[in-house]
Design a protein around this ligand. Sequence first.
Ligand SMILES: NC(=[NH2+])NCCC[C@H](N)C(=O)O
Length: 413
Amino acid sequence: MFWFVVATLPTVTEPHVQSEVGPLHSVLLHRPGTELKRLTPRNSDQLLFDAIPWVDRAQEEHDAFAEVLRSRGVEVLLLRDVLTDALQDTRARAAAVLTGVDELKLGADIADTLRSHLSSVDDAALAEILIAGMTFEELPAAEGQSLVRRMHHPHDFAIEPLPNLLFTRDSSVWVGDRVAIAALAMPARRRESALTDLIYAYHPRFSHSARAYGAHSAPVEGGDVLLLAPGVVAIGVGERTTPAGAESFARSVFADDLAHTVLAVPIEQTRASMHLDTVCTMVDRDAVVMYPAIQDSLRAYTLRPAGDELKVSGPTPFLTAAAEAMEIDHLRVIDTGLDPVTAEREQWEDGNNTLALAPGVVVAYERNAETNARLEEAGIEVLRISGSELGSGRGGPRCMSCPITRAPLPEIT
Ligand SMILES: NC(=[NH2+])NCCC[C@H](N)C(=O)O
């Protein structure tokens, strides 16, 4: 006689991320849309883009990126869809209307008109306005002509667009089973975390998830947070994440028992290295790809909990501090052996910004041919995507993805 045991598998995978390379199950992406069409040569600097993307092509590239992930069994959640779903909750809608309208900028009359307009549109339209923004000429018609309306150019933004929402890595980050909503440093990005906050607070899939870093406001951006191993978090400190942000993030993950060591890693405050993940990402459980120019100079302060206090030591070389915290002999750096000019070109085009789908399997921009070839020589499987338009905002596959669930790392036998 045979007994069949039917395992009841959960229909959705619970959020949980402990590492950079555990098999990826669920990820949050944002398919770019109208917000990219708002970019002009006059506003692109302020909106943190280095070129004006060809939007249709950027969407094709993004669809292909999502398809690569799906073809490897990853569940892709699109930010616009989950935001629209979250807005079904009336509390979410009320909060969304408040976050979208800046009364100081618009004055009381326009703010009132805009709030009632936003309250009257359906969930999808509200999500679209929150993402794509709104110009003065798109404002709902109102009686009379206020000074604010008359003095603003019709193409000025009444609600700023969010072109950098494409980089879902930065506005929220999962550590273990908790999500931290990032406090973003650049004015052009601040409203992004209001949207991720709404999603995680009101989408039925996430509304029961606990928060990390809840009550803090010092900037930490997800692109600076690398989960080197279960219990070990590296935080880049530079143009975006501040020392105060890194310190309070460390206190928060220690208090919640999510980590035993945090490495605060100073990085150069330049556009080319605005986040730690622009110069270093993990490609295997014990290996990183790293911009060769910083390999010898990268250092880290080691933070550990000491009762209610923090014990800070260092700085010491990053690779040594990381290996020690990860309890491995050596954190391998894939030897790209690139000449400095090629290395600088490929770093700028996000060659070091790979997204791991599993240990030794990464998604990378195809244009970084030399870096990718060296990764393959080192035994890493590289899934290439094209990013000529997507990359114009200075972000690669890692920046464009927020992992929500990764399986635990398989034991090494
Ligand atoms: N995790 C990352 N490296 N994100 C890239 C963000 C790029 C974006 N244009 C910004 O300047 O904020």
